[in-house]
Design a binder for this molecule. Structure first.
Ligand SMILES: NC(=O)c1ccc[n+]([C@@H]2O[C@H](COP(=O)([O-])OP(=O)(O)OC[C@H]3O[C@@H](n4cnc5c(N)ncnc54)[C@H](O)[C@@H]3O)[C@@H](O)[C@H]2O)c1
Length: 275
């Protein structure tokens, strides 16, 4: 990746839990390397409030093209149906994109090709799991087995359409319960807001079809925990994260926000360690 020398202009689409925290860090901690030049949310009040809290009222943009025009790199942190179209728009305008919604990018080779063609980057953070660097290295010689076991509090699954359809009410679950066992494609479709890490693992390992996902919930779980286990010619890898939930959104792990920030920092400083 080409290191950046000037302060990179950042635009954020989606001013919810992740977008807001990234915006605050850019203003407070990363001001040497980047500047926040655009904020957009489909709910304009959210963008207005965030901009006000940062004394950056002029950063609010009324349209997505306006946001894209304002920045060198767009941070995507939306819960939109058309996330891919939004990312495509930015890449077509030759802007790099840091996308948090990795679950939307499982079949997105067209977008990665577009980024390459337009000499910009589509950056994906490691999210709420550890060891993505090692998973990528292991994939070079082939992975035999790969499992992801996710344990989350029941609160993160309220109003989930897949569970509603199955007649499962998460608020009535009283003990450890496996609510899903299956492949990545089905996991991401059933839990688009909860299991971005499955997509991250699939993209990093290049072994989507081998991955077995288990999601276990309990009202007693206090953290979002992810255990990844791989075997292959390289040996065996086991990683586990026990993540505090993001105070602004129980579906999101705090580590996922931090990994987005770290990816942005690497991009803006041009220092890439272990990536
Ligand atoms: N990579 C990971 O490990 C990871 C972890 C957690 C969350 N995520 C993903 O990151 C994304 C953001 O998560 P969050 O916790 O900040 O969600 P959030 O619900 O707190 O915020 C999402 C924001 O997007 C806005 N929005 C929705 N549609 C929009 C559109 N078309 N245009 C502009 N704004 C729009 C909403 O108004 C809201 O403010 C989600 O897709 C989530 O699944 C990824």
């Amino acid at each position: 990746m080409k290191p950046k020398t000037d302060r990179v202009k950042i635009g954020i689409i989606g001013c919810g839990a992740i977008g807001s925290r990234i915006a605050k860090s850019i203003k407070k901690d990363f001001k040497k390397d980047c500047q926040l030049t655009g904020l957009y949310d489909i709910d304009q009040e959210k963008a207005d409030q965030l901009a006000k809290s940062l004394s950056l009222n002029k950063a609010v943009k009324k349209t997505i093209p306006g946001l894209i025009k304002s920045c060198d790199c767009m941070v995507e942190a939306v819960t939109a149906k058309n996330t891919r179209t939004i990312i495509r728009q930015a890449l077509e305008a030759k802007r790099s994109v840091l996308s948090m919604s990795v679950g939307k990018l499982l079949n997105a080779s067209d977008l990665f090709r577009l980024a390459k063609k337009n000499k910009c980057h589509l950056l994906l953070p490691s999210g709420a799991i550890a060891g993505i660097d090692a998973v990528k290295a292991a994939s070079l010689v082939g992975i035999d087995t790969i499992t992801l076991t996710t344990r989350k509090p029941t609160t993160g699954f309220s109003n989930n359409p897949y569970l509603l359809k199955k007649g499962i009410d998460p608020s009535k679950i009283t003990k450890e319960t496996v609510i899903f066992k299956g492949n990545v494609t089905d996991a991401v479709e059933a839990f688009p807001r909860n299991i971005n890490v499955a997509a991250t693992l699939a993209l990093a390992s290049q072994s989507r079809k081998k991955i077995i996902i288990r999601i276990i919930v309990s009202p007693k779980f206090k953290t979002n925990s992810h255990t990844v286990e791989l075997t292959g010619k390289f040996g065996r890898i086991v990683t586990q994260t026990d993540n505090f939930v993001c105070p602004d959104n129980p579906k999101t792990s705090y580590l996922a926000v931090l990994s987005g920030l770290q990816t942005l920092k690497q991009y803006c400083t041009g220092v890439f360690v272990g990536t």
